[in-house]
Design a protein around this ligand. Structure first.
Ligand SMILES: *Cc1c(COP(=O)(O)O)cnc(C)c1O
Length: 399
């Protein structure tokens, strides 16, 4: 049996996926980053420093909470929530940002750049940059800046410069392109903190490693609480970092079903969703070969999701590979289902999830009732919903 927690090859291939599809000028920077990461990850001191920041600053380990009322309401499997929403800045993104800023310090790079869609990764990056006293520039599409004005203000409050991107759809994809352009020009002084398990090698591997603390903790916690492994783990999949982060420690536990939930939007028609495995095909986008939403000519399709953090045309390459190997199953939840789950969790447990995480909750609401009462399900609650309350207020009318 193939061991699934293995590393990609030297060029970052996960089977036929991944790789380094970037201009020559970035190749040197990416190789330097890969080499530094390789050195750092073998040093006990780097691991100790990172663990210290994760614990003392970000608030790890996060709780694995037994959702008793949710379990009772759904009438099936026992549901646990991995509470990444309780971390500093409100989502799992800080795990990766702390890892990468420590690497940037080692490389002597004092200028930090990042892309952001909904603003969550921008806020997490601006946060760690402030804490380390680094200059910080965040690229964000102009449409997203208007939608997420509060996060723009938050980043500025943290001392970051937020640069609006006016090209194309003026959302996440264009922001990534602009960040890559900046990096190409300023590579000597600058580190690019990419926000998901996406893009060119070494990012998919490195971001996965920085997020895999989620699964290591969850594994230990569930064994302690239940004395056995869960029957299933459910996580939402945007670029794929919170999901691979919780799945990774369980890849070799063949009896544990791993289920990734993409954004089904208004339904699986071109332009109405962001479910790459439901409506995508093999292609190359922004540094990596993976499943991409594109038309027959390879033009990237428009995407839609009620949750900005899942609204991207490509999925992380390791996911494509683990899907081929039939180790992770992928499904999607529609906007309406996610909104219903958003409200349900708020009412039943007093926890308002991020709309992204609500996609995972929505799938748990379908699956748990069909399972036995002695079975266990873990849902990764990747973030909290404070950022989404204003948007939800415009959609869900409450009396
Ligand atoms: C960014 C984000 C996501 C999606 O990104 P992944 O890399 O797929 O995890 C999911 N949930 C929250 C709360 C986010 O902020």
């Amino acid at each position: 049996m193939q061991k699934l927690q293995s590393q990609p090859d030297k060029q970052g291939h996960f089977g036929p996926y991944g790789g380094m599809f970037v201009p020559e000028t970035l190749m040197t920077a990416l190789k330097e980053l890969a080499a530094e990461y390789d050195r750092a990850s073998k040093e006990p001191k780097f691991k100790r420093d990172l663990a210290c920041y994760l614990n003392e600053y970000a608030g790890r380990p996060t709780r694995l909470y037994f959702a008793e009322r949710l379990t009772r309401e759904l009438g099936g499997a026992r549901i646990y929530l991995k509470r990444e929403d309780l971390l500093h800045t409100g989502a799992h993104k800080i795990n990766n940002c702390l890892g990468q800023i420590l690497l940037a310090q080692r490389m002597g790079k004092r200028r930090i750049i990042a892309e952001t869609g909904a603003g969550q990764h921008g806020v997490a990056t601006a946060t760690v940059a402030a804490m380390f006293g680094c200059e910080c520039v965040i690229y964000m599409g102009e449409v997203d800046m208007a939608r997420q004005a509060l996060n723009v203000y938050r980043m500025r409050l943290l001392g970051a410069k937020v640069v609006g991107v006016s090209a194309g759809q003026r959302t996440l994809k264009e922001a990534i392109s602009e960040a890559m352009r900046d990096w190409t020009t300023n590579v000597r002084t600058t580190h690019y903190i990419l926000g998901s398990a996406l893009g060119s090698h070494p990012y998919p591997m490195m971001v996965r490693d920085f997020q895999s603390c989620i699964g290591r903790e969850a594994r230990r916690q569930i064994l302690k609480k239940e004395g056995k492994l869960p029957a299933a783990i459910i996580a939402c999949v945007g670029g794929g970092s919170n999901s691979i982060g919780i799945f990774h420690a369980f890849l070799n536990d063949k009896k544990v079903r791993l289920i990734g939930v993409e954004a089904g939007g208004r339904g699986i028609q071109p332009g109405d969703h962001a479910a790459r495995f439901a409506g995508g095909s093999l292609g190359v986008l922004q540094g990596t070969r993976t499943f991409v939403l594109q038309n027959a000519d390879g033009q990237i399709e428009l995407t839609h999701s009620v949750s900005a953090g899942l609204d991207y045309a490509a999925v992380g390459p390791e996911h494509a590979w683990l899907r081929d190997l039939k180790r992770i199953e992928y499904t999607y939840a529609l906007d309406d289902e996610a909104l219903r789950a958003f409200r349900f969790l708020a009412e039943k447990e007093g926890i308002i999830p991020a709309l992204e995480s609500a996609h995972a909750v929505a799938h748990a609401m379908k699956l748990a009732p069909k399972m036995r009462k002695n079975q266990v399900v873990i849902v990764n609650l990747s973030g909290r919903g404070d950022k989404d309350v204003q948007q939800a207020a415009g959609i869900l009318k409450l009396e």
